[in-house]
Design a protein around this ligand. Structure first.
Ligand SMILES: *Cc1c(COP(=O)(O)O)cnc(C)c1O
Length: 328
């Protein structure tokens, strides 16, 4: 494995791994750990920072001065890309799905404060958005800029490598604290985070199940996406190891109405975590993932020693304030 990747350091150190005793008491879980990637150290944190360390490392190595990415107007990935680009001294251009920006709260508010260039595209989905980003990059080149395009979610082999590395870090942290979770549960959107962890596990096996809770795609489609991403990363790293669909476990029962809309179960999980731990999850990703974790446990589909990988997203709480108004 000779691939050399430049890393632009954005984290202040490794994120904490700690026990959730309060949640254990309220749920009957025997051991519940949390990996705090909501604390990745910049702009309210989140999982995209691990990807951006390598994506921006690549952008800087290539002498780029402008980062172009996209997502929904409330995209955590867009907010973190804008913040990390600023920190690296680069411009950030954000290409949004749909025709309307929507409410200037949460992530979109932060994008404004960060001074990101923003536009709506009228298109939806990762592929059409990538085409829009490429078109914008062409315009940027004509203006004499050197753009670096990052696909939706930052899920490329270079970005996903951040989570291959996170797997190695986690195994070391687990042995330091003497934790033995049977499963790790995390929210899955574009798929790169789970793919990076699975590639890490393929290269350094451990008896821990990785369970992805989809917030967007149906399980069969998401499985295909994650297998392809994990295998692209393994190939990129020069490994001969390949994953099959049977090695990928994703659940699509916790999406609720659709992507970007809070679910009752997700919001209930957010309240439970807040009231047992003083810790916040978000209504679009991590609340739904925690609802999935608890439901899988209650239905005995997973054991009672679990790790919840908190991937961030908390600015969305403010965007979706109304979804909490119903409860007393
Ligand atoms: C993007 C995101 C995810 C999902 O990560 P993917 O690599 O896109 O699957 C999970 N949680 C939060 C808060 C996110 O912003």
């Amino acid at each position: 494995m000779t691939t050399h990747l430049s890393r632009y350091p954005l984290m202040w150190g490794e994120t904490p791994l700690h026990r959730l005793h309060g949640l254990e008491r309220m749920t009957g879980l025997e051991e519940c750990w949390v990996k705090r990637d909501d604390l990745t150290g910049i702009a309210f944190g989140g999982n995209k920072v691990r990807k951006l360390e390598y994506l921006l490392g690549d952008a800087l190595a290539k002498g780029c001065d402008t980062v172009i990415t996209g997502g929904s107007p409330q995209s955590n990935h867009a907010r973190l890309t804008a913040a990390c680009a600023r920190r690296a001294g680069l411009e950030a251009w954000l290409c949004f799905a749909g025709k309307h920006m929507g409410i200037q709260q949460g992530n979109l508010l932060l994008d404004h404060i960060l001074g990101a260039e923003m536009k709506t595209t009228g298109v939806y989905g990762s592929e059409p958005l990538l085409e829009e980003m490429e078109k914008w990059a062409e315009e940027a080149r004509q203006k004499g800029k050197k753009p670096y395009v990052i696909p939706v979610g930052g899920s490329t082999p270079i970005g996903d490598y951040g989570y291959k590395r996170a797997w190695d870090v986690l195994l070391d942290q687990l042995s330091e604290v003497g934790a033995h979770p049977e499963s790790i549960v995390l929210a899955v959107g574009s798929g790169g985070t789970l793919a990076g962890l699975l590639a890490g596990k393929a290269l350094r096996p451990a008896p821990i199940k990785l369970i992805g809770i989809s917030v967007w795609l149906k399980a069969d489609e998401l499985t295909r996406v994650v297998v392809r991403m994990a295998n692209d990363l393994l190939a990129f790293l020069g490994s001969d190891r390949r994953l099959s669909a049977a090695e990928v476990h994703v659940e699509d029962a916790y999406i609720g109405k659709k992507y970007g809309v809070p679910s009752d179960a997700g919001n209930e999980a957010i309240r439970l975590l807040a009231r047992s731990e003083g810790l916040f999850a978000d209504p679009i990703y991590t609340g739904k993932a925690l609802a999935g974790l608890l439901d899988l446990f209650h239905r005995c589909r997973i054991g009672s020693r679990v790790l919840f990988w908190h991937t961030g997203g908390t600015p969305a709480l403010f965007t979706h304030a109304h979804s909490f108004a119903r409860e007393g």
